[in-house]
Design a protein around this ligand. Structure first.
Ligand SMILES: Cc1cc2nc3c(=O)[nH]c(=O)nc-3n(C[C@H](O)[C@H](O)[C@H](O)COP(=O)(O)OP(=O)(O)OC[C@H]3O[C@@H](n4cnc5c(N)ncnc54)[C@H](O)[C@@H]3O)c2cc1C
Length: 335
């Protein structure tokens, strides 16, 4: 098959290295190479991602910037600590760039529709993330606005991961260390409560701003991001909602989605079913968060949902890179 991958983000880049060799593949990226950047806080779970990165022919260890031991969670009425089980930051930009190197990339090619230029391709993969440029628009799509700075300072106040949830589970403020006096500080919130906060941090800790980035994150789960295919277009990654809604975490899920796509390359309905099954829990988490955001939440009503989310995360501690305790979840819920 001749396959066009549209979007050179984490999903597109991983896919370029996972498509079996008998297929011919080319990538179309809207940004010119010098302006292309991987907007993200670069946090992920090392034990889990290492194996996937290895399948693409890379050594994850070469890209790790900071290995976390604990995460301080500030609830506004005292901090508590979460023990970390593999959460790291890594140079996502360098790894993604290394993954696309050597492949045929059409830089500066914004694809808006699958027109005559794609006549000779058998399949066109929509890996455009939030943009979802080639698949039908999602009804009632939920996205969380966010902004982030990459900063450098000798006075950074934390030496490990730090998080401060906003009230009503509408988002959180983060500090992710990148080593060598650098960090990502960022905030994402449904109601945009963070305005001015990051700038105050920069001023207070005399930070040099290396880069200001930001874009909304899609939290609508795969169940509500259908269809995943239309004509010769098939979606992978955030374009089909593979972001864990509670954390805004999309690197590993987008790569997992690529694996499902590769396993079912010759059977797209089977791929669709596999994605819906794999991310079933995301729909549950999403409904839980949405009830909070819409002011419809009651602990009594959502207790079974909360328990199933807890059980899922507890069973997958290394997947999330965190020690999961029900008490901690309840504390965060009360914010
Ligand atoms: C501020 C922020 C912080 C985050 N932090 C984390 C984190 O720490 N850990 C984590 O796991 N997840 C995090 N996420 C989520 C994660 O970054 C995304 O879910 C993940 O990158 C999605 O991968 P993707 O390849 O599907 O899309 P993207 O990474 O968004 O890639 C899409 C690519 O497609 C290109 N493109 C878009 N439209 C077109 C078009 N029409 N034609 C051609 N090219 C196009 C874009 O330029 C881009 O290169 C964060 C997100 C944000 C916004």
């Amino acid at each position: 098959m001749r396959i066009a991958v549209v979007g050179a983000g984490v999903a597109g880049a991983y896919l370029l290295n996972r498509i079996p060799e008998e297929h011919e593949v080319e990538c179309f990226e809207m940004r010119p190479e010098e302006k292309w950047y991987t907007v993200c806080a670069w946090g992920t779970s090392e034990p889990y991602i290492s194996a996937m990165v290895k399948k693409a022919g890379f050594n994850f260890d070469d890209y790790v910037l900071h290995r976390g031991k604990r995460m301080i969670v500030n609830l506004g009425r005292g901090d508590f600590e979460i023990k970390l089980k593999g959460l790291v930051t890594y140079d996502k930009h360098r790894l993604t760039h290394d993954m696309i190197r050597g492949h045929k990339i059409h830089w500066g090619s914004q694809v808006k529709a699958v027109n005559g230029d794609f006549r000779d391709f058998d399949m066109v993969v929509d890996a455009t993330g939030l943009h979802r440029s080639l698949l039908p628009k999602i009804q009632n799509d939920v996205v969380i606005p966010s902004v982030e700075y990459q900063v450098k300072s000798k006075e950074l106040p934390y030496d490990d991961f730090y998080l401060r949830p906003y009230s009503g589970l509408s988002g959180y403020y983060w500090f992710f260390p990148l080593g060598d006096g650098m960090a990502h500080i960022g905030a994402g919130d449904y109601f945009g409560k963070y305005r001015g906060e990051l700038e105050a941090f920069i001023k207070k800790y005399h930070c040099e701003v290396v880069r200001k980035i930001g874009r909304p994150v899609r939290v609508s789960p795969p169940l509500y991001c259908q269809p995943f295919s239309s004509g010769k277009v098939v979606g992978v990654g955030e374009s089909v909602g593979t972001v864990y809604p509670m954390l805004g975490e999309g690197i590993i899920p987008s790569m997992q989605c690529v694996d499902l796509f590769v396993e079912n390359l010759d059977n797209i309905p089977k791929y669709t079913d596999a994605v819906l099954k794999k991310y079933e829990i995301y729909a549950k988490v999403y409904r839980f968060i949405k009830a909070k955001l819409d002011g419809r939440f009651s602990l009594l009503r959502y207790w079974p949902t909360l328990l199933s989310i807890f059980v899922h995360m507890k069973r997958n501690e290394t997947r999330y890179g965190l020690q999961i305790r029900l008490l901690d979840i309840l504390k965060v819920m009360k914010v």
